[in-house]
Design a protein around this ligand. Structure first.
Ligand code: SAH
Length: 320
C-alpha cells in the first residue's frame, strides 16, 4: 500500500473532475476559508504568539492552504507555511497556489522552536495499513499474494486490542502504524512547542472491526489489489486511537465530531449566504456545495474532525 500510493501520488494529480477523486477543499472554497478562520480565532485566543507557523500534511493541490491563508490574513494571521508532501507533481501544483511555502519530505524537518498550527485533510487515510483477520486458529495478518489476500502464518493476537480479542470468525481489524507514529511525533512537538493540530478524514471511533481498505479510480470504487499504483488506496482512520496518542503526550483533545456539525458550528450557512448575495448566479451551486460538505447522507457524518492542542491553548471553535 505504501509503495503503491507513493507511485500513484508521485506520478499524477489525482484530484478533481478529470482525476480519480475530489476532496472537500476542491468542492468549495468555503471549506478552506472556515478552517482559516478557525485557526485565526484559536491563535487570537491563545494570545496571538508572533512566531506561529502553519503546517499542512499532504496538501494536495494547495487549495485548502490558499483559501485558509487568505481567511487567516483577514484575521491578522500571516504565518510562514510548511508543507509535508512527497509527490513532486503535487508539490508543483502547491507552488502555484502558495509560492512562499517550504516543503518537507517528512515531519522530521518541521521547525522545532515555534508553535505550530497543523492541518491534515484526507492525509492519514492514504497511509499504509495492516489488516488482521480472525480465523479458526486465531488472528492472522492479511498478506498479498498473486493479487489476492491470504492469511499469514504468524499469530497476530498481540496486535489486537483487548476489546476485540474475541470478535467473531471472519472479523477484520485494521492498524495504521504510520498514522500512529506521525501522531505521536507531532503530539510530542505540540507539547514542547505549543499549538494545535486539526485532523479531518473519513473515519470512526475505534477500537472496531471492519474492512475499510478501498481503491478509487475515475470516481468509482475499484479492486484495491489490482494494478498497484494506478488507483488511490485508502482506509478509514481510527480517530479514538489518534486522540488517545495525543492525550498520552499531555495534550488536550476535542470531542470527535462529524464534518457537518463542525462546519455548521463554524458558520458555513452564513458564509454560503454571504457568497450567494455577492454572486446570486452562483447561489444554487453554493448551496449544493454546502450540502455536499455537511449533509449526513454525503460527507457530513462519514468524515470526522478532531483537534488536539497544547494544554495552555484554549478549546478550538467548531466542537459545540
Ligand atoms: N489534503 C488534500 C489532498 C488529499 S490526497 C485535499 O484535501 O485535497 C493525499 C495527500 O497526501 C496528497 O497530497 C499526497 O501526495 C499526500 N501524501 C500521501 N502519502 C504521503 C506521505 N507518506 N507523506 C507525505 N504526503 C503524502
Amino acid at each position: 500500500m505504501s509503495a503503491a500510493n507513493a507511485d500513484y501520488y508521485g506520478s499524477r494529480d489525482p484530484l478533481g473532475a478529470a482525476g480519480d477523486f475530489i476532496t472537500a477543499p476542491e468542492i468549495s472554497q468555503m471549506f478552506g476559508e472556515l478552517i482559516g478562520l478557525w485557526a485565526a480565532d484559536l491563535w487570537h485566543r491563545a494570545g496571538a504568539p508572533a512566531d506561529v507557523a502553519y503546517v499542512e500534511l499532504g496538501p494536495g493541490r494547495g487549495t485548502l492552504a490558499a483559501d485558509a491563508l487568505r481567511a487567516m490574513a483577514r484575521g491578522g494571521l500571516t504565518p510562514p507555511v510548511h508543507f509535508v508532501e512527497t509527490s513532486p507533481t503535487l508539490r508543483s501544483a502547491q507552488a502555484e497556489r502558495v509560492p512562499a511555502a517550504q516543503w518537507h519530505d517528512t515531519i522530521d524537518t518541521l521547525p522545532s522552536d515555534q508553535p505550530l498550527l497543523i492541518i491534515a485533510n484526507e492525509f492519514f487515510d492514504a497511509l499504509p495499513i495492516r489488516q488482521f483477520m480472525r480465523t479458526g486458529p486465531g488472528w492472522r495478518e492479511h498478506l498479498v499474494m498473486d493479487g489476492r489476500l491470504v492469511a499469514g502464518e504468524a499469530d497476530g493476537a498481540a496486535e489486537i486490542p483487548l476489546a476485540l480479542a474475541d470478535a467473531p470468525l471472519g472479523s477484520i481489524f485494521e492498524q495504521n502504524p504510520a498514522a500512529e507514529t506521525i501522531m505521536a511525533a507531532l503530539a510530542a512537538r505540540l507539547a514542547r512547542q505549543g499549538g494545535a493540530f486539526l485532523v479531518v478524514d473519513y473515519g470512526y471511533e475505534g477500537p472496531a472491526t471492519g474492512d475499510t481498505l478501498q481503491a478509487v479510480m475515475n470516481h468509482q470504487f475499484a479492486d484495491p489489489l489490482a494494478d498497484p499504483g494506478s488507483r488511490d488506496l485508502t482506509a478509514h482512520v481510527d480517530f479514538s486511537m489518534l486522540a488517545m496518542i495525543a492525550r498520552a503526550q499531555d495534550l488536550l483533545t476535542s470531542p470527535i465530531v462529524g464534518q457537518g456539525m463542525f462546519l455548521k458550528a463554524l458558520g458555513i450557512d452564513a458564509r454560503a449566504q454571504a457568497l450567494s448575495r455577492a454572486n446570486p448566479a452562483r447561489s444554487e451551486a453554493l448551496i449544493g456545495q454546502r450540502d455536499r460538505l455537511t449533509d449526513d447522507s454525503q460527507m457530513g457524518r462519514l468524515f470526522k474532525v478532531l483537534a488536539v492542542r497544547h494544554a495552555d491553548w484554549p478549546m478550538p471553535a467548531g466542537f459545540a
